[in-house]
Ligand binder design. Structure first.
Ligand code: NAP
Length: 293
């Protein structure tokens, strides 16, 4: 039990972000708690970047049981935690904090959630040629977990090629046996790596509302017929990239499943078991529908 938590009171959990009003996490976790008959409450707190340390201290002072961290605090919370899981340390970002008897431990379930999503889709990662589009926080989280999952090689393609090179180096450190490379977005070099890709993951916001008519892959025709196409974008639920890949008959995975699985994986750190994926998915789907209405 977290210090500050008394028997009879609900366990409190939260997401810290800035802004955070659009987050579907409270709806999806609270629906899961209700279904499982758990005396837990999940709230969203808008935390100004100047108050990150005070907000982490409040986790201890108030005895919050667990917290999710979202943009822009995933890196800045790290110095204030007691311990950081090695994969999260390699990624350089924490999205989940567990409060174990007042000791705050940081994890990253974005990458782990992505791997669960692929497992659910029946994709076997071992030996795959991977292309990661983007080199920001999502690309780092997904890339480190893919590298550790035994894929054959990873190419990072980014608009700013220097950032692609930096991420390729981070991935090479995470898994020294997996060759990594960097190319520049929207170039013939990118088309060349896409033409031999088994798995392509869009980790950029290209295609996100309101720019729904854009796709990070300019010519879906360059991909092999067996390629699996994943998009981290979940507003809209099916990005143009996913729709074009669907039309070509490729296997596709949208960003909402990944969002659900990162939430379900957070439960493992808070409660010692995965969260119930179906209720979380249906609730997030309804919440996203409402937020667009
Ligand atoms: P980030 O750290 O800001 O990185 C953004 C990346 O996108 C950078 O590599 C950037 O390239 C690239 N980019 C931005 N605009 C571009 C454009 N017009 N053309 C080509 N590349 C462009 O952001 P992030 O945290 O990684 O998030 C990226 C996406 O993942 C967002 O859409 C976010 O919503 C999504 N996401 C989804 C989940 C989920 O659970 N589904 C979880 C986390 C994130 P430069 O380096 O050249 O700037």
């Amino acid at each position: 039990m977290s210090p500050g938590h008394s028997a009879g009171l609900p366990r409190h959990l939260a997401v810290f972000g800035f802004p955070v009003a659009h987050s579907v996490s409270p709806a999806m976790h609270n629906a899961a708690f209700r279904q499982e008959g758990m005396n837990c409450v999940y709230s969203a707190f808008q935390v100004d970047p100047a108050n990150v340390q005070a907000a982490v201290d409040a986790i201890r002072a108030l005895g919050l049981h667990g917290v999710n961290i979202t943009i822009p605090h995933k890196e800045s919370v790290i110095p204030y935690l007691d311990e950081v899981d090695p994969a999260a340390r390699q990624i350089g970002a924490v999205n989940t904090i567990a409060n174990r008897d007042g000791k705050l431990i940081g994890y990253n379930t974005d990458g782990r959630g992505f791997i669960s999503t692929l497992e659910e889709t029946g994709v076997k990662l071992r030996g795959l040629n991977v292309v990661i589009l983007g080199a920001g926080g999502a690309a780092r989280g997904i890339g480190v977990y893919l590298a550790m999952a035994g894929v054959r090689q990873i190419a990072v393609s980014n608009r700013t090629v220097r950032r692609a090179e930096t991420l390729a180096d981070v991935l090479a450190q995470a898994a020294p046996d997996v060759p990594t490379g960097a190319v520049e977005a929207y170039t013939p070099d990118e088309d060349r790596v896409l033409a031999t890709a088994d798995l392509v993951v869009n980790c950029t916001p290209v295609g996100m509302e309101p720019d729904v008519a854009t796709s990070r892959v300019r010519n879906i025709g360059v991909l092999p017929a067996h390629a699996v196409v994943c998009d981290t974008v979940y507003r809209p639920l099916k990005s143009l990239l996913v729709r074009e890949a669907d039309r070509r008959g490729l296997t596709t995975v949208g960003g909402l499943r990944m969002l659900i699985h990162q939430g379900a994986c957070a439960w493992e750190h808070w409660f010692g078991r995965m969260g119930p994926v179906d209720i979380m998915y249906n609730t997030a789907l309804a919440a996203l529908g409402e937020s667009r209405a």
